[in-house]
Design a protein around this ligand. Structure first.
Ligand SMILES: [Cu+2]
Length: 136
């Protein structure tokens, strides 16, 4: 058997990432967002309507878990990373209790790859969670 040093390091990093999130899983249905490995918050989002097309206003339900006692506020935005622009609309977001938030007034004005970004302000460093969506 050959030396497996790099594999051991990878296993340790994976363990650390898992413990940072603990057993936190957002309740309810929704697409899990990508979270930073060192992050303490997880999120899942569900759009309404479920299938979004270009030029169609939509809402986003957000379920958060982790760091709930420290969350000061959250924000939502969306960009097209390939085009370096955001939305032409400013969504509003309200807390509806139990780690859930409702954003209204989202609209993707171009087809292509959009990235929804939820920023959670909980303590010194905001945590940024993302989800990619292909819009036609
Ligand atoms: Cu664009």
């Amino acid at each position: 058997m050959t030396c497996s040093g790099p594999q051991i390091i990878a296993a340790v990093i994976l363990l650390a990432a898992t413990s940072a999130h603990g057993d936190c899983l957002p309740q309810g249905s929704g697409e899990p967002m990508k979270a930073p490995p060192q992050g303490s918050v997880r999120a899942a989002i569900a759009t309404s309507p479920a299938n979004i097309t270009v030029g169609m206003p939509f809402d986003v339900g957000i379920a958060l878990c982790g760091a709930s006692s420290r969350i000061e506020r959250i924000a939502i935005d969306a960009t097209m990373p390939a085009h370096r622009h955001g939305m032409n609309y400013r969504p509003t977001i309200v807390a509806v209790g139990d780690g859930r938030y409702q954003a209204t007034g989202m609209l993707f004005h171009m087809p292509g790859r959009w990235e929804i970004v939820v920023t959670v302000f909980a303590g010194a460093r905001p945590e940024r969670l993302t989800l990619d969506m292909d819009i036609r």
